[in-house]
Design a protein around this ligand. Structure first.
Ligand SMILES: NC(=[NH2+])NCCC[C@H](N)C(=O)O
Length: 205
């Protein structure tokens, strides 16, 4: 049966995990600013979350939680990914490099390519698994069986809302975000946040 408090718990936990900016959020913002394949990118991020959250709820999260080696791998991998992406953002901000733009070359702007990039940004990013399968999965599968669906629905709704607001919001605000000085500030901020998150992930025990 549907439980509203449990739905809200899932929504809150899902939101708190996705909202801190990381590689995936940064990619969604870039796509929005470039104004190319925004809906495709958002849909792909949401769909991946839905599948992985369902996987976590099915007991896979609890399984991983009891496997220290896998948990460590997700942690180190996640931190390495955030470090790499954070340093890239900071370097790009420092250089004052390119504001994301809809590239005119056919290959560069094809939907297939956009799909490939968002898949890589999501599926090669251990942080994604950590949030969805491990953390949401562990909390979700510790709930009474009758409450799990409400929790999962809440967490999935958080992904749907957040990625939509982020992608469409970035597209809407592209005229401001695409100013070189503003974009540099965005990159400096996202890069710094990612480094802090990486440090937190490593400090966790
Ligand atoms: N539920 C998720 N998809 N989590 C994955 C990563 C979210 C993270 N805040 C990022 O932007 O990269």
């Amino acid at each position: 049966m549907f439980s509203q408090p449990i739905f809200l718990q899932g929504l809150g936990m899902g939101a708190s995990l996705i909202m801190p900016i990381g590689a995936q959020n940064a990619h969604v913002i870039r796509t929005g600013v470039a104004g190319r394949h925004v809906v495709l990118t958002v849909a792909c991020c949401v769909l991946i979350d839905v599948v992985l959250i369902a996987l976590g709820m099915s007991g896979f999260g609890a399984l991983i939680e009891h496997s220290p080696a896998l948990l460590q791998a997700a942690r180190w991998g996640g931190a390495a990914f955030l470090l790499w992406y954070g340093v890239r953002c900071l370097a790009s901000s420092w250089r004052g490099a390119s504001v994301p733009q809809a590239t005119t070359g056919q290959a560069a702007s094809s939907a297939a390519r956009a799909l490939g990039i968002v898949l890589a940004m999501s599926l090669l990013n251990p942080h994604v698994y950590l949030d969805t399968v491990v953390l949401l999965g562990a909390v979700g599968s510790s709930l009474a069986a009758g409450h799990r669906a409400s929790f999962a629905a809440g967490a999935m709704t958080a992904s749907l809302l957040w990625f939509s607001v982020l992608g469409l919001g970035a597209r809407r605000c592209a005229f401001v975000l695409a100013r070189p000085a503003v974009w540099r500030a965005v990159e400096a901020f996202t890069g710094t946040t990612m480094l802090v998150l990486a440090a937190l992930l490593l400090a966790e025990r």
